[in-house]
Design a protein around this ligand. Sequence first.
Ligand SMILES: NC(=O)c1ccc[n+]([C@@H]2O[C@H](COP(=O)([O-])OP(=O)(O)OC[C@H]3O[C@@H](n4cnc5c(N)ncnc54)[C@H](OP(=O)(O)O)[C@@H]3O)[C@@H](O)[C@H]2O)c1
Length: 244
Amino acid sequence: MSIKDKVIAITGAGSGIGRATALHLASLGGRIVLGARREVQIASAAEEIQTAGGQAVYRSTDVTRRTDLETLVQLACEHYGRLDVLVNNAGIGPISQFDALRVDDWDAMIDVNIKGVLYGIAAALPVFRRQEAGHIINVVSTAGLKIVPTMGVYAATKNAVRTITEALRQEAGPTLRVTEVSPGMIATSFADSMTDEAVKLAIQERSKAIGISPDAIARGIAFAIEQPSDVDVGSIVIRPTAQD
Ligand SMILES: NC(=O)c1ccc[n+]([C@@H]2O[C@H](COP(=O)([O-])OP(=O)(O)OC[C@H]3O[C@@H](n4cnc5c(N)ncnc54)[C@H](OP(=O)(O)O)[C@@H]3O)[C@@H](O)[C@H]2O)c1
């Protein structure tokens, strides 16, 4: 088994973990379909892949819109004839203490981190059933494994996806693989999605001190994909050695 020629759609593919995963999988011969809201970022990732001799297409995608996920999956099927893997990676983390009552941020995390993943599943599942093959990979977080102050709602969204992933795995049957990947502190622009300035600064400092490259997550995702089709890697946790 290998990644060569697999058609892999990735949400949130314009930066951080999504971009690193797109570049890594493309370097292994995967055909990549990139989605995120900022078209300029996914276009530049696609160009980087193509310049290196790989294959990639992109479409501006907001995961809070169900039709956008349907269009992204459709792009894979129309351009490459199939979809082998969907990586539900798009996510935001405008974290804060409950007392701050940043209810709009809670809503946004629920919309992107939970509903966005569900819309991805809804778009890809019929294609995977028709093909009698497919792989859904959901990016969750170690924030859901060790709960800390300020991360309550964010962790809850990630653990909701953990639950969804396990339930989907149980319903999947022998032709669908389902994987969750839990990154720890990764050096990306993730803190940019934070709206509480003090929290944002603290996370940025922590990320600078111990954050590891998003390439580590890309390698973990590649490991799950490159297993034989009867091997389902259920869960991968990758965190900095220095993370407590
Ligand atoms: N960095 C960490 O320490 C860490 C740790 C654990 C888990 N994670 C998870 O890893 C995933 C990737 O995060 P990252 O660290 O790579 O951060 P990032 O660099 O900020 O990437 C997040 C990506 O999601 C996209 N996105 C945000 N809202 C979206 C929406 N509504 N529709 C489509 N795309 C959207 C962003 O692009 P646009 O703004 O252009 O849409 C961006 O490409 C997230 O699910 C995050 O929760 C990160």
